[in-house]
Ligand binder design. Structure first.
Ligand code: DX5
Ligand code: ZN
Length: 224
């Protein structure tokens, strides 16, 4: 089993001291910083754009995992690549041309990820699995942090892992939404190797470092 990557999402972080919050995640052993871009159309909320990504880029050397929850994502690939994104992920529900878009991201020399909402069947992405570097399985309906993981999404991850194994493909499987200490093990056992953790890292209860350590410990139990 490949090493498990933890990708803190700053969606529930304190934006008034964002660089400090990112440095805390870095000190806690984060593998990526996950950035949730929302346009008020693909999902109801609006978050931030390339300007904030660029500011985050100046704060950390960690790979930036850009999660585009926006319509017409291809119009923004250049801007997020230039702002310092390393992995550019868009939603299958936002395009009819996922194959072309994944290849477009590759021409920018970035890793290309495809995201899939809870209601979308895996068959929708089946034919682009060989072009994607990462598949992001949404375990919640996108738009907000702090929601509960939808249990049936664990089985979706398992079915995706089986599809990939059958074809000897190895994009990363990232789970996004509701990942907590108590379900980290089931995500990994189902075949995920990248875990987005938003409110389980930035929650005001404990420091991002302490929260990441707890998540890492829960992950280590499965991979040991
Ligand atoms: C929601 C975002 C998630 C979110 C995760 O649409 O894509 O990345 O921040 O937050 P938690 O871990 O709290 O569900
Ligand atoms: Zn996300």
């Amino acid at each position: 089993m490949s090493a498990i990557k933890l990708a803190p999402s700053i969606l529930t972080a304190d934006f008034g001291r964002i660089s400090e919050q990112i440095k805390a995640a870095e000190a806690g052993g984060a593998d990526y910083i996950h950035l949730d871009v929302m346009d008020g159309r693909f999902v109801p909320p609006i978050t931030f754009g390339p300007l904030v990504v660029e500011a985050v880029r100046r704060t950390t050397k960690l790979p930036l995992d850009i999660h585009l929850m926006i319509n017409n994502p291809e119009a923004q690939f250049d801007a997020f690549a230039e702002a310092g994104g390393d992995i550019i992920n868009f939603h299958i529900e936002a395009t009819r041309h996922a194959d072309r878009l994944l290849r477009q991201i590759h021409t920018l020399r970035k890793r290309a990820g495809i995201c899939i909402n809870p209601a979308t069947p895996l068959s929708a992405i089946e034919d682009v699995l060989d072009v994607a570097d990462q598949v992001m399985v949404m375990a919640i309906n996108p738009g907000w942090g702090g929601q509960k993981l939808i249990p049936s999404m664990i089985d979706k991850v398992r079915r995706l892992r089986a599809m990939l194994d059958e074809r000897s493909l190895s994009p990363d499987i990232e789970v996004d939404g509701g990942v907590k200490e108590h379900n980290v093990a089931s995500c990994i056992a189902a075949g995920a190797n990248v875990l987005v953790c938003g409110s389980s890292v930035y929650n005001g209860d404990a420091s991002p470092q302490a929260n990441l350590a707890a998540l890492r410990k829960a992950a280590a139990k499965v991979t040991a």
